[in-house]
Design a protein around this ligand. Structure first.
Ligand code: PHE
Length: 351
């Protein structure tokens, strides 16, 4: 007969010892705290715990002496079960705790995981590369405002109001006199005025045009260069830009100058570099020609020198301007220029 069944019928006195013995066995056999709670409920549970039920039946006994005697026994047995439960609970809790400590152990001697460093955006890196190359030639980096006066952006670099050359630079106007600069060339004027001549400056910065397609973005980066001194000639321009091209794209590179037209230079020259992919044999990057256009340049127009407060009879100079995104694409082999604007970390980390 199970103790439960005995508790339900039979004599409460005999049952109590059997039930208690069973309870103590189960307490010892409980292997985790949840089991132990089940054991506690089975024997001491308020409503139908086996010992609880027996106590209730003792309350119904008619002989007061026997009732007191058995009540006392039952209390003692319950206490023993409670003590056994408490002891087992302490042991099981200690085991749980020691297991937790073991699994959470912190090894202070273990090397820390490497810190992930930040990355320079390729456009930033390229601007810095360009700046460093020209620093070797004694150029100073300067800046200018992105919100510029129409006068500086156009008029003073020889593009007077109403002149059709303005139309080629789809402009974001702010009001009648101010705009977002469409190129870094206004800084030519600003630096001649601010610094005087002789002068060698490099101007990395943002420029804005109302263009938006796969290869044109409304905001892009340019680097302007300006060198003004006595007796500056096209030979200086060529030597300087050849040094730049070789530093940027490799010592085997050659450059060639092609006649072009800008309002603020005369003569104007576009500069090509021999293809860094095929070495000049012709490939997809150079569209089979072996040459790749990298920048616009020329001898500073006498009017522009004058607008900068410089006497063109005593000083001459050359200027150049290039798109940083384009240089970055060519120098680092980035096929799709849109990657430079998407800020996808997977791309930036690769660089
Ligand atoms: N400002 C010209 C452009 O944005 C580039 C340039 C600068 C050309 C200086 C000649 C001299 O296209």
């Amino acid at each position: 007969m199970t103790p439960g069944a005995a508790a339900a019928q039979g004599q409460p006195g005999d049952d109590a010892h059997a039930v208690t013995a069973q309870a103590l066995d189960e307490v010892v056999a409980a292997t985790d705290l949840r089991h132990l709670d089940e054991v506690r409920a089975r024997y001491l549970g308020r409503g139908d715990g086996l010992l609880t039920v027996l106590k209730r039946r003792v309350g119904g006994m008619t002989d007061p002496a026997a009732r007191a005697q058995l009540g006392k026994t039952l209390n003692e047995l319950s206490t023993r079960v409670e003590e056994a439960l408490a002891e087992r609970q302490a042991a099981l809790s200690a085991a749980v705790e020691s297991q937790r400590r073991q699994s959470e152990v912190v090894d202070l001697t273990r090397p820390a995981p490497p810190l992930r460093r930040g990355y320079l955006h390729p456009t930033t890196r390229c601007a810095r590369d360009i700046r460093r190359i020209f620093a070797h030639l004694g150029y100073t980096a300067v800046g200018g405002p992105e919100v510029e006066y129409d006068r500086y952006n156009f008029t003073l670099v020889n593009m007077p109001p109403g002149h059709p050359s303005r139309d080629t630079q789809a402009t974001f106007y702010i009001d009648d006199v101010r705009l977002l600069r469409t190129h870094t060339s206004p800084v030519q004027i600003r630096s001649m005025v601010a610094l005087g001549v002789p002068l060698k400056v490099i101007v990395p910065g943002k420029a804005y045009r109302r263009d938006y397609d796969a290869t044109h973005f409304p905001m892009f980066h340019q680097v302007e260069g300006l060198c003004v001194d006595r007796d500056i000639t096209v030979a200086d321009l060529k030597g300087t830009l050849e040094f730049f091209a070789r530093s940027m794209f490799g010592p085997e590179r050659a450059i060639r100058l092609r006649p072009h037209h800008f309002r603020f230079t005369e003569p104007s020259l576009e500069v090509d570099v021999s293809c860094m992919v095929c070495g000049g044999d012709g490939c997809r990057t150079c569209k089979g020609s072996g040459w790749i256009e990298i920048l616009g340049s020329g001898m500073v127009h006498p009017d522009v020198l004058r607008n900068g407060g410089v006497d063109p009879d005593r000083f001459t100079g050359f200027a150049f301007g290039m798109g940083i995104e384009r240089i970055a694409q060519l120098a680092y082999g980035i096929e799709d220029g849109r990657l430079l604007y998407e800020n996808d970390l997977r791309f930036i980390r690769q660089m």
